[in-house]
Design a protein around this ligand. Structure first.
Ligand SMILES: Cc1ncc(COP(=O)(O)O)c(C=O)c1O
Length: 489
């Protein structure tokens, strides 16, 4: 008997075959074993290795398989050809850029979030997720001394947070004024600010890159002069973007003085604390960040110095209602999930509608480890930077930027010259890049370079709970050895 049309249709939409519960269980254990092995032994090998496009094509290019392969084989391929062809920001001797080293508790939290797959965009669909995000943001506000009424959201990272802040701050400008609005920031701002400004349609001339003092902090005289000049010229001073932990040096701009200027002149103050914000957990940081509580908005990234896996950025806005005023949309297909007055749809607070449950990993790790653990992490990182600075000086390096938060910058000084940073410009500039490159090839550590005062400089950034004094000793020794070898050649 042939199928009736209804039976035929029914058979066509039966669920596709899925792996059995037994297979899932053994795969789950195998994946967890692989993750733990990686987590526990990460520091024992080198920082990882990269590869050329040709090499990676040869290793990984294939047509999509019609049938599934063996788990063991795929895990081995992942370990060797994918993770094995990458540098590891969580490695204890990865001190380049601003690294990240999540705790395993946070990794588990992220896995739980992926599995639950809650839709963290609207309250009615995932009230639990929204409430946890509110609580995590409230904890951050409390750490920073920020007003309780402020609101915010978790973002993919600092770039999205900075962009979101600029959109909110721009919203209060009348359309004709947007053309003449001016943003002020130090020459050491993060480039995500320039990109955000570009996205919102600012011309490059609407960004004032202002000079810094000897400690790489925004100069107040330059800020005041630029504002006055723009006012005279009929432009509209609009927003000051202050660093709380500049990417290059870790410097913190004079937040209190900047807040005074902004208050006096009615300018929006946005603090980019993407990297530096967790210093507020320490006594040193409370003094350093004094004034941040007066900001109109703050970028803060848990995936930098707060031991969370990518992606976890965040934004706080003092007058929280501005977020929804800027982003809220009410399309007809969302009419069933309009929140009650005391509820919050996080899709109304920013750019994304569909959002993963980012707050879970943060909440999970704070609850399981306690804030004391995070405070120790920050103090440990600062102590490592101070120790590195002392070792570098003893080994004859020139310190180009003394420890700020957990960043220290330095140059290798050729032995013929003696430790004097005021060497003729450029004379040993290429050597600094060559040293970093050689260290990368060695594979035992990875550091990055940047430019300060027009010259190349080496740089350490410590954010990793795995990094120890022995790691610092090893890296300083390696740099010294590489420097003297390259200098002779
Ligand atoms: C000060 C600062 N702001 C913003 C960003 C951008 O953050 P993300 O890379 O998470 O987009 C960074 C990244 O290093 C940063 O250091």
């Amino acid at each position: 008997m042939p199928d009736s049309p209804l039976e035929y249709l029914r058979r066509a939409c039966q669920a596709p075959p899925m792996p059995s519960a037994d297979w899932l269980r053994s795969a789950g254990h195998a994946v967890m074993d692989a993750m733990l092995a990686d987590h526990l032994h990460l520091g024992e090998a080198g920082v990882g290795r990269s590869g050329t496009r040709d090499e990676l094509e040869a290793l990984l290019r294939e047509p999509p398989p019609e049938t599934g392969a063996d788990l063991e084989r795929v895990l081995a391929e992942l370990e060797t050809n994918v993770i094995g062809r990458s540098l590891r920001p969580s490695h204890p001797r990865f001190l380049a850029f601003i690294p990240a080293a999540p705790t395993f508790v946070s990794v588990l939290g992220d896995a739980l979030a992926a599995n639950a797959n809650l839709f963290a965009g609207v309250w009615k669909e995932a009230a639990g997720a929204a409430q946890v995000e509110l609580i995590v943001l409230d904890w951050f506000k409390q750490f920073l001394g920020y007003p309780r009424e402020a609101l915010g959201l978790l973002t993919s990272g600092g770039s999205e947070a900075n962009l979101t802040a600029l959109v909110v701050a721009r919203e209060r400008l009348a359309f004709p004024d947007r053309e003449r609005a001016v943003l002020y920031a130090s020459e050491h701002r993060h480039w995500s600010v320039d990109r955000a400004a570009k996205i919102i349609g600012l011309r490059p001339a609407q960004i004032r890159a202002l000079p810094c003092d000897a400690e790489y902090r925004l100069r107040m005289d330059a800020l005041e002069a630029a504002i006055a000049e723009d006012e005279r010229a009929g432009r509209l001073p609009w927003l000051v973007l202050a660093n709380a932990g500049a990417t290059n040096t870790g410097s913190v701009d004079p937040l209190k003085a900047i807040a005074d200027v902004c208050a006096r002149r009615g300018l929006w103050l946005h603090v980019d604390a993407a990297y530096g914000w967790p210093i507020c957990l320490t006594a040193e940081g409370k003094t350093l960040l004094n004034g941040i509580e007066r900001a109109d908005s703050i970028t803060l990234d848990p995936h930098k110095w707060f031991a969370q896996p990518y992606e976890a950025g965040g934004l706080l806005v003092r007058d929280g209602s501005r977020l929804a005023e800027t982003f809220r949309m009410r399309p007809e297909y969302m009419q069933d999930v309009i929140p009650n007055a005391d509820e919050i749809n996080f899709c109304d607070q920013g750019i994304a509608l569909t959002r993963r449950f980012r707050a879970l990993k943060i909440w999970f790790s704070i609850k399981l480890l306690g804030i004391a653990w995070f405070r120790q992490l920050i103090e440990h990182s600062c102590a490592l930077a101070a120790y590195a600075e002392a070792l570098l000086e003893r080994a004859g390096f020139a310190i180009t930027s003394r420890r700020k938060l957990s960043v220290v910058c330095f140059r290798y000084v050729p032995s013929s010259r003696g430790v004097r940073y005021s060497e003729p410009r450029g004379s040993d500039d290429a050597l600094q890049l060559a040293i970093a490159d050689e260290l990368m090839k060695d594979g035992r550590a990875f550091i990055s370079t940047t430019r300060l005062d027009g010259r190349n400089t080496l740089r350490f950034c410590f954010v990793n709970w795995r990094t120890s004094a022995a790691d610092v000793e090893l890296i300083v020794g390696l740099l010294k050895e590489i420097g003297s070898r390259l200098e002779k050649s």
